[in-house]
Write a protein that binds this ligand. Structure first.
Ligand SMILES: Nc1ncnc2c1ncn2[C@@H]1O[C@H](COP(=O)(O)OP(=O)(O)OP(=O)(O)O)[C@@H](O)[C@H]1O
Length: 371
């Protein structure tokens, strides 16, 4: 996608768009950097429209948090372009970038106990971004703190409390209020409920949905939990080993997904109305320091063959507009997950059917910027 394509098909400029974005880290072993590279994000193309909720699913280490950090401008890509309202974020002067991304985006992290400064009161935590960005007079900032507390349902008496004196749910409400302090266009929530008690998770999710509607926010919602993501989102992307492998309207991400990995993820979701066995994935789990050639999922995929080892497929369109996937052998439209469980159990691991001497087509050449 070129910078021009930061304009969406409706002719409006996307809120944020990524074009062939890569993030490569130096690998660390026991706290020390090694010569290896970690391919955390590879060739990400994505755009987000104002007011839209985008869900991001995938298992641990697939690059969800890296993508989230790229979207809020705290992670500089090793290569590729990030455009905010059509302007290349990393071509801006640092002060302009900070002003743009720092005030137009907010981020909510997984664990509010570590994300909030334990020595500051709720009032100080919420005032901090207003002070840094010099928003209004001191009296207006105090008023804004009161507004923010009301917005997220925190009683005023907690203003002088420290994070350690609050419950987990209250702490996450403070983190949400802080993310909203500067009236951002985009909020990225990275596993915002996974550190919370089950009893308060639904309250926080409902609060996020409510705030998104009331404030017209774009929301990026990152989670392992495909069912929750489906409920929260308009559109969902599935990531595997640093790659976006499927993008679909939220209603199609479960049993209408076309990528075998998305279906495997769905089959492993606990609490389905009609429980199924998970699709068995018996092959080796590849490492982000040595991604396999071709499709990164091919070592565990029951459908993979030599074509999958040779080349990463381009995106293909599914029947529903906005649904696309990268797979040489997609799941047939309408095929049930139950059928796939049986198919995978019969075919076994793809690894034994693929020659292992195919040369890798990644790592990509990351000459643009060293990590
Ligand atoms: N600063 C870093 N230095 C080195 N490697 C990193 C760094 N940050 C992330 N990684 C690696 O990049 C890959 C992607 O990490 P990321 O945190 O984005 O995954 P994730 O999908 O969010 O995982 P989780 O669900 O466990 O949070 C992983 O292999 C991770 O170990």
């Amino acid at each position: 996608m070129s910078a021009k394509e930061a304009v969406n098909p409706g002719g409006r400029v996307s809120l944020i768009s990524l074009s062939d974005v890569h993030v490569v880290h130096k690998a660390r072993t026991g706290g020390l950097f090694s010569r290896d590279r970690v391919y955390a994000l590879t060739g990400a193309d994505l755009s987000l429209e104002p007011g839209e909720t985008l869900g991001v699913v995938g298992e641990s280490g697939c690059g969800k948090s890296t993508l989230a950090k790229v979207l809020v401008g705290v992670q500089r890509p090793t290569a590729g372009t990030v455009s905010f309202r059509g302007r290349d974020l990393w071509a801006m002067k640092p002060a302009e970038r900070r002003a743009t991304i720092g005030s137009r985006t907010g981020m909510i992290f997984q664990d509010p106990s570590t994300a909030l400064n334990r020595r500051l009161t709720v009032r100080q935590i919420l005032r901090d971004p207003l002070d840094v960005h010099r928003r209004g007079t001191p009296a207006q900032r105090e008023e804004r703190v009161r507004e923010l507390m009301a917005l997220v349902g925190l009683p005023r008496v907690l203003a002088d409390g420290l994070p350690g004196q609050l419950s987990g749910g209250q702490r996450q409400r403070v983190a949400i209020a802080r993310a909203l302090a500067l009236e951002p266009d985009l909020v990225v929530a990275d596993e915002p409920t996974s550190a919370l008690d089950v009893s308060v998770r639904a309250q926080i999710l409902n609060l996020l949905l409510d705030l998104k509607e009331r404030l017209g926010l774009a929301l990026v919602f990152v989670s392992h939990d495909i069912q929750t993501v489906r409920r929260m989102s308009d559109r969902v992307i599935t990531m595997y080993l640093g790659r976006i492998v499927e993008e679909s309207p939220a209603g199609e991400v479960t049993d209408r997904a076309r990528h075998p990995y998305t279906r495997a993820l769905f089959s492993a979701t606990p609490g389905l109305l009609d429980p199924i066995d998970p699709i068995p994935l018996a092959g080796p789990v590849p490492s982000a320091t040595r991604p396999p050639s071709g499709c990164p999922f091919r070592t565990r995929c029951w459908k993979a063959d030599h074509a999958c080892a040779a080349v990463m497929p381009d995106f293909a369109d599914a029947a529903t507009p906005g649904h696309r996937f990268r797979c040489h052998h997609p799941v047939a439209d309408g095929q049930s997950t139950r059928e796939l469980v049986a198919q995978a159990a019969t075919l076994g691991t793809a690894d034994v059917r693929i020659a292992t001497d195919v040369p890798p087509d990644i790592p990509p050449q990351m000459n643009a910027r060293e990590p």
